[in-house]
Design a protein around this ligand. Structure first.
Ligand SMILES: [Ca+2]
Ligand SMILES: [Ca+2]
Length: 158
C-alpha cells in the first residue's frame, strides 16, 4: 500500500506527463499540427486536442526550444501560428488567454511586425525567417502549434 502511494506521488511530481504524440518541455506539452488552416480554425484545432490552446511563448528558452524542434524535426516549409493578436489595439500584442495579457516575450524578424496590406493582426513562426516571428493576416493559412500547460488538462475553456 505504501509502495503504491509512493509510486503515485512520484508519478504526479515527475517530469511533464504528456498525451501520446505531444512533446514535453518545462511543464508544458506541445502538439505540432500538419495542415494549414486559418487562425480561428487553429484555435479550434487546439481546443479539440486535449482542450489546449495555441502556443504562448513566455521566455527565450521556450522560443529557442520550439525553433530548434521546428528546424530539426519538422517539414521546413510550414509556418506555425502563435496564440496572440494585436486585434484590440494595433501594435499591442496580447495573448489569446481570455485575460488579454500583454505578451511577455516577442521575437520579431527584422522589419516585422509591419501590419502590412489590409492589416495583419495574427502572428506566426515563419519558416523563411528561421522561425523568427512575423505578423500576418489571421485569414491566411498556417499550421497550429498547440500548448497544454501542466494542471490545465481538466480545465474547461468556453
Ligand atoms: Ca496588426
Ligand atoms: Ca508582417
Amino acid at each position: 500500500m505504501i509502495q503504491l502511494l509512493v509510486l503515485y506521488l512520484i508519478g504526479i511530481t515527475s517530469a511533464t506527463d504528456c498525451p501520446d504524440g505531444w512533446l514535453a518541455f518545462h511543464g508544458s506539452c506541445y502538439l505540432f499540427g500538419s495542415g494549414n488552416i486559418h487562425f480561428t480554425e487553429a484555435e479550434a484545432y487546439c481546443r479539440q486536442h486535449d482542450n489546449s490552446g495555441l502556443v504562448h511563448v513566455d521566455t527565450r528558452e521556450e522560443d529557442m526550444f520550439l525553433k530548434g524542434y521546428m528546424a530539426d524535426h519538422l517539414k521546413v516549409d510550414i509556418d506555425y501560428w502563435l496564440g496572440m493578436t494585436d486585434e484590440l489595439v494595433e501594435g499591442i500584442w496580447k495573448l489569446n488567454d481570455g485575460d488579454n495579457t500583454v505578451a511577455p516575450y516577442l521575437d520579431w524578424a527584422p522589419s516585422e511586425p509591419q501590419d502590412a496590406f489590409e492589416g495583419e493582426d495574427c502572428a506566426m513562426f515563419g519558416h523563411l525567417l528561421k522561425f523568427r516571428w512575423a505578423d500576418v493576416a489571421c485569414t491566411t493559412s498556417r499550421a497550429a502549434l498547440c500548448e497544454l500547460r501542466v494542471g490545465q488538462q481538466n480545465e474547461v475553456i468556453g
